[in-house]
Design a protein. Structure first.
Length: 385
């Protein structure tokens, strides 16, 4: 049995659901530690300082900058050569993503409109966790048509792009002009490297690190530096080696690190919420209800409603070979907010108690969306057989 173990491990890490499963395991581990005898060690470790920043800060502003770099690379590739490379391909996932952002936000505001501090969390239920959603979809294998997987991927990428814009516009602290100017100068230098067809990765990496530091000090969230760097990387290689483009090399190289290290570490560090002293009444808190209802109800209503209307009015075609129940199941899966929702929640709220309430709302809405979305797709696949 031992001789086959390495092959099984390799097979697992090469499987589509692997990243989502590992993220789920690390998140559960974080929750367990936060409610165990080791809770003090867990929280004190995350709050301890290294080189001027807490470990949690390094994770959320440092490692997640690499995550956003990867997202930016993915977005640029899809816009230039992938599933978002033409207006016809962009229309349905773009409209669905916008509806999937607005409806959850409105539902959250309906619960929290009368509290100026809680209103800041309107974007928490607006995000979709691409790793989790695609991981659940992958568990169904060939029972789900390829067109739906493409639709979900494109929708989630646009969703991430909207989340990046939201973070830049609504969750930016006071601006430090000098550092912002330095960051802008570094960005111009990166653009010049691209314009001069510089294909070596090292200059981009060095300038990217400087830009990250300048953006961090400027007051804008440091993760946006990752997106800016991604957009400057050349997509085309040389005539002799067309596949040697820095963007493609970086995306391929970062993929396993992001999926199996960076995102799980983020989940482990940010999912930890202590349930000590939690009462049932707190589950009815407007923040919890707004986020949970936004993810579970808002996503499915916004996305499925938009797809149904645009197809009925003849504006777009329904994903090929996909039934309406299957489209509804995918819309439900988009309610898995987890990584991005936790990330925005940490930016939206400064009070640790409210941050914990936001996490509970994210867990509740995401779990409901994952379980029911999976069951709907499973049952609809059996009906189509």
């Amino acid at each position: 049995m031992k001789r086959y173990l390495p092959q099984k491990v390799v097979h697992f890490f090469n499987s589509e659901p692997a990243s989502g499963i590992i993220l789920m395991v690390t998140a559960v581990l974080g929750i367990w530690l936060a409610n165990s005898a080791m809770a003090d060690n867990y929280f004190s470790t995350l709050s301890s300082y290294v080189a001027g920043l807490s470990i949690l800060h390094w994770i959320n502003d440092g490692l997640m900058a690499i995550f956003f770099l990867y997202v930016g690379l993915e977005v640029k590739r899809e816009l230039l050569t992938g599933e978002l490379s033409s207006n016809q391909k962009r229309l349905l996932p773009c409209l669905a993503a916008m509806a999937g952002v607005m409806v959850p936000a409105l539902i959250y505001l309906a619960f929290n409109y009368d509290d100026p501090q809680q209103i800041r969390g309107w974007a928490v239920p607006a995000a979709t966790d691409i790793a989790f959603a695609l991981g659940v979809l992958a568990l169904l294998g060939s029972r789900v048509p390829t067109s739906l997987k493409v639709f979900l991927t494109a929708l989630a990428i646009i969703d991430d792009l909207i989340a990046i814009v939201v973070i830049a516009l609504f969750y930016t602290a006071q601006i430090q002009s000098l550092y912002l100017a330095l960051a802008a100068g570094t960005l111009i230098a990166l653009i010049l490297l691209n314009r001069n067809n510089v294909m070596r990765s090292l200059p981009y990496a060095i300038l990217g690190v400087f830009m990250w530091w300048f953006v961090l000090k400027s007051g804008i969230h440091a993760t946006l530096a990752g997106v800016a760097l991604a957009l400057t990387l050349p997509m085309s290689g040389t005539c002799q080696t067309p596949d040697n483009a820095p963007l493609l090399k970086w995306e391929h190289g970062l993929s396993p690190w992001v999926a199996f290290l960076i995102v799980p570490i983020f989940g482990f560090a940010n999912a930890g919420v202590s349930f000590a002293g939690l009462s049932w009444s707190q589950l009815g808190h407007p923040v919890v209800l707004g986020i949970a209802a936004g993810l579970f109800l808002g996503k499915q209503l916004g996305i499925f409603g938009l797809v149904w209307l645009t197809v009925k009015f003849g504006l777009v075609n329904k994903p090929e070979r996909a039934s309406w129940p299957q489209i509804y199941g995918v819309a439900m899966l988009c309610g898995i907010g987890f990584t991005m929702s936790l990330f925005i929640g940490a930016l939206a709220f400064t009070d640790p108690a409210v941050q914990d309430l936001a996490k509970i709302g994210v867990f509740t809405g995401s779990v409901l969306a994952a379980v029911l979305g999976y069951l709907i797709l499973l049952l609809s696949a059996k009906e189509n057989q």
